[in-house]
Design a protein around this ligand. Structure first.
Ligand SMILES: CC(C)(COP(=O)(O)OP(=O)(O)OC[C@H]1O[C@@H](n2cnc3c(N)ncnc32)[C@H](O)[C@@H]1OP(=O)(O)O)[C@@H](O)C(=O)NCCC(=O)NCCS
Length: 195
């Protein structure tokens, strides 16, 4: 459902058959971008460990990107998680398209979508900020060897700037700027992982 297509580019729900290809991409992004941060996370189990919908971006039927929502905490808005693009698909606008798609599904929850990101993921931070995310605190975790890893928390302060995709009629529409609900939980410590 809620498929979107434009010039050979398609956003559709993730299927089990996509996992192998997505893990291949994750191995690359781990080496290149340190995302996921730990090598063992480049695996199907990590990819599907979230409570919410997920989508893939395809170009000419080849999976090149992924994003998901995690709604596991009912007191908070949806968290944007598992967001990545294969290197060959970067710089094309696909990243913003995928992020906007996730936001269009997250915003009707009534609380600000949010995410956490590590400071070294500079391209992701640039995409988040240009999409309308604003800094909302930071936290991190300490490894057993004492190494501190910092993570930045962002919350969405929309509205979503145009969909850039053609959504199915059932897909939620963007809210008006004045109609946004109050912010969710305030700044605070962030758990020791990133989306
Ligand atoms: C995050 C990601 C999906 C973005 O996709 P993308 O195609 O690279 O995104 P775009 O090209 O649309 O935009 C990237 C932005 O980062 C900027 N950027 C890229 N490398 C940068 C760097 N080293 N320093 C500063 N800015 C940088 C680009 O200039 C661009 O900014 P602009 O739109 O203002 O020109 C992709 O880079 C990725 O998969 N990264 C690894 C996974 C990751 O970090 N996920 C986030 C998890 S929280």
């Amino acid at each position: 459902m809620a498929h979107a297509t434009l010039d050979g580019v398609l956003i559709r729900e993730r299927e089990a058959a996509d996992l192998h290809r997505l893990v291949e991409i994750l191995r690359t992004t781990h080496l290149r971008d340190a995302y996921p941060f730990r090598p063992e996370a480049a695996a199907p189990g990590w990819l599907v460990r979230h409570s919410g919908p997920s989508w893939v971006l395809t170009v000419d039927d080849v999976v090149v990107g992924h994003v998901a929502l995690d709604r596991s905490d009912p007191q908070r808005g949806a968290e944007i998680v598992r967001y990545f693009l294969a290197p060959q698909a970067r710089g094309t606008g696909g990243a913003s398209m995928l992020l906007r798609h996730a936001l269009h599904h997250a915003i009707p929850d009534g609380r600000d979508p949010w995410l956490v990101v590590m400071p070294h993921n500079v391209a992701a931070i640039a995409v988040y900020e240009s999409a309308g995310f604003v800094p909302d605190g930071e936290g991190g975790w300490t490894d057993p060897d004492g190494t501190w890893h910092r993570v930045l928390r962002y919350r969405f302060s929309g509205p979503v700037e145009g969909q850039g995709v053609v959504d199915a009629p059932s897909a939620p529409s963007a809210p008006s700027a004045g109609g946004r609900p109050p912010a969710g939980a305030g700044p605070g410590q962030v758990a020791g992982r990133t989306g």
